[in-house]
Write a protein that binds this ligand. Sequence first.
Ligand code: G16
Length: 543
Amino acid sequence: MERLTIATRPIAGQKPGTSGLRKKTRVFMEPHYLENFVQCVWTAIDGVAGKTLVLGGDGRYFNDRAAQVILRMAAAGGAARVIVGQGALLSTPAASNLIRVRGANGGLIMSASHNPGGIEEDFGIKYNIANGGPAPAEVTDKIFAATEVIQSYDIVETTDVDLQSLGEQRIGETIVEIVDPVAEYAALMEKLFDFGALRAMFAGGFTMRFDAMHAVTGPYAKAILEETLGAPAGTVVNAAPLPDFGGGHPDPNPIWAKPLMDLMMGPDAPDFGAASDGDGDRNMVVGRGLYVTPSDSLAVLAANAHLAPGYAGGLAGVARSMPTSGALDRVAEARGLACHETPTGWKFFGNLLDAGMATLCGEESAGTGSDHVREKDGLWAVLLWLSVLSARGESVQDILTKHWAEFGRNYYSRHDYEGVDAEAAEALMQSLRDRLTDLPGQTFAGLTVTAADEFAYDDPVDGSRAEAQGIRVWFEGGARIVFRLSGTGTVGATLRVYMENLELDPAAQSGDAQEALATVISAADAVAGIKDHTGREAPDVVT
Ligand code: G16
């Protein structure tokens, strides 16, 4: 085994985005690309000598090769131990949990989340800190700074680690411990939820379908839902993780999880449907005949979490990302809970969770989680929903109808314009920014602006400030539109437009969101000039 120092040069564009570094797989496979970034992670955390790290990924193309490189670089850096999910697989929440239960110094998660996988598609990598959560800006800024000056990296030459054999192996002095990716996570879920009650619900004939979308959650969902809770075999579909996710986007929304949606809207729908994404941190929840928006799901879970043993003591507070609808705020207000509003990105919840200021958090982008780990958690959200369904003995539809009647319904939709020319997208945002002070009083598509600003966040725990986190426009009558550019795309820019309007009248709460928001949607184009700037007639994805 030889330790080599390889000369390299800075590679442009290695700036972590909303959630780590995401690029085309071929870019990650270019000479030195992965190695440069990993070395810069080591630099940002003052090296890995003597440290314990966790390593795993969502099984996408290049996952296993990247794992071997990272292990050899961890050994070259003198890491004491690297805990690796068997096959280099770990869902993002399971990785977060492992970092926490094993007291690791941090971990690397190889994933581009819901982005498609394959040699022509996307790959990604992110560093999580000792609390199990995504590295905050302070760390990612250091990583980026290091990528701009790197001159060499250290790696050992050795044969591949056997990623399939459970137990300990060594690369030089570094112990590589291969663990069952599911075991610790399943044990945590059993602590939070009443598995006996859920078993009884399935034994009583409750039916569900969980679409793992050929991504990492398959083995977790099979082990927990089918093998432990007794859901019939076949409840979990597309359960085998594939390097290309079967050619689809492992993105749990009505567009990419269409087969599940079709089933749930049809005559043979089971009681409950759910899906999760590439790395298992996102979730989609569908009742018979009813898609539950992530914002509504978060609000329903906040209102009902106490029905699960892990949350029986109540919630310390709740948090949502800024573009997420105000449905959560309404629950918080009614229940006397503090409600925090953070920028997009799970990393912003970490301090609130660590400080005990929030128990439950969520985002419009299909992410829900709690203080059990420091990532959003798809299967956890499904188990919490199952717990609510079991305790209330009502359908998803009934629960939503009653929820809206009690708290009001925040009609909500997000329109995505993908692969937009980056300069055109920036110009649209800059034009809004330039007009912020002039907007109030102006009318667009019949809606008059009451206020407009660019969201900035002051972290109440460490005082750090995040600026330019999206443009918010409010209208008379309570509607709100948010404009921001995605930080997770790999091609051009993705413009996200988030629209919502509160409906308090129960008689008007059962409509279609696109229809209920028709005027707000028109106002979004009118205020931002979306068609003019992007040349697009319609969004690519409507959720
Ligand atoms: C990541 C982040 C989330 C964020 C989402 C969308 O999720 O962890 O906090 O809401 O991206 O971000 P953007 O709107 O910037 O594309 P994931 O599931 O992709 O890791």
